[in-house]
Design a binder for this molecule. Structure first.
Ligand code: ATR
Length: 289
């Protein structure tokens, strides 16, 4: 049957990770291709670490247009790329690779995901204090987005392993001297920092299915109506942290926004087309329901 599409022009994309649980990227991108009538195929590729160099180099041989990269390969792919963007270099992780004229170029569109999620609050965040839970790869992208696009006065990193948070600060503080970084794993100090912050962000996996009853805040912490609370966990859509924040009168942002924002940027890098946001949002909601 002829669908009016040249099969020879079909382009290949996908997501590379290992032990991928249910990834939402194929549904989101495929819905967007369908909406724009683009002849792309987006697959899921489970790649063990030993095979990562081969998998990346085969992108050129197989003429892949690009891939998204997820756990545990976001840092490990960096040495196999021809170029990486400025933010991916500082963060030390890539979540999107584009194959352009024989060159593999790495980007970190998690930064765009965070920027997209927070943009309507930008005037409130500027010059204020932010508390971030976590010190992993997602935290690095979050910190980059904040310092590059929202100019907060202070960022406090709350993390169980203080040393991980300090390492992050050692990378970012010299590059972004106008933001004042602080690290803690002490509950009383965290409560004090929360009281004086406008924005609270969870960048850990705490609260993710199936551990839906837990949240990263100290037991005695109080969320106030002034707070904006952003949780990068998207499953469940309303985490324990977001439910608590909503019940306290705070404004909340769910992890689906982050997924959409990083997906939008990746889609535009892959296709040079405008991302049909509402189509993608519907596809994600359907998957998560
Ligand atoms: P990613 O790259 O996806 O952000 P990661 O690098 O494994 O993931 O980072 C996970 C972050 O969540 C870390 O800051 C981790 O704390 P540690 O640095 O102490 O390991 C934090 N984290 C994950 N699960 C946690 C839990 N149950 N309690 C406290 N912190 C947790």
């Amino acid at each position: 049957m002829n669908h009016g599409l040249q099969k020879t022009q079909q382009r290949y994309l996908g997501i590379i990770g290992h032990r991928l649980s249910h990834t939402l990227s194929p549904a989101m991108h495929t819905a967007a291709f369908k909406k724009l009538n683009l002849d792309y195929v987006y697959g899921v590729m489970d790649v063990q670490s030993d095979f990562l160099p081969g998998a990346i180099s085969s992108m050129s041989a197989l003429n892949f247009r690009g891939v998204n990269v997820t756990v545990p390969h976001k840092q490990a792919v960096v040495p196999f790329l021809d170029e990486i963007s400025k933010e991916a270099k500082i963060i030390g992780a890539v979540n999107t690779i584009v194959h352009n004229n024989g060159k593999l170029i790495g980007y970190n569109t998690d930064v765009d995901g965070v920027t997209f999620s927070l943009k309507k609050y930008s005037s409130e965040i500027m010059g204020k204090s932010v508390v971030i839970f976590g010190a992993g790869g997602a935290t690095r992208a979050t910190v980059y987005a904040l310092v590059a696009n929202f100019s907060p006065h202070r960022i406090t990193l709350v993390n169980r392993t203080l040393d991980h948070a300090q390492k992050l600060v050692d990378v970012f503080q010299p590059q972004f001297p106008t933001t004042n970084f602080f690290v803690t794993n002490n509950d009383n100090t965290t409560i004090r920092e929360i009281d004086s912050a406008i924005l609270l962000i969870n960048t850990t996996s705490i609260g993710m299915k199936p551990h839906v009853k837990i949240h990263p805040l100290p037991a005695k912490a109080v969320i106030q109506p002034k707070h904006i609370v952003f949780d990068i966990v998207y499953n469940p859509m309303y985490t324990s942290l977001l439910t608590m924040a909503h019940n306290s009168g705070a404004r909340v942002i769910g992890g689906v926004e982050m997924l959409l924002g990083q997906g939008e940027k990746a889609f535009e890098l892959f296709t040079n087309q405008h991302f049909p946001l509402e189509t993608a949002r519907e596809a994600l909601s359907k998957e998560l329901r």
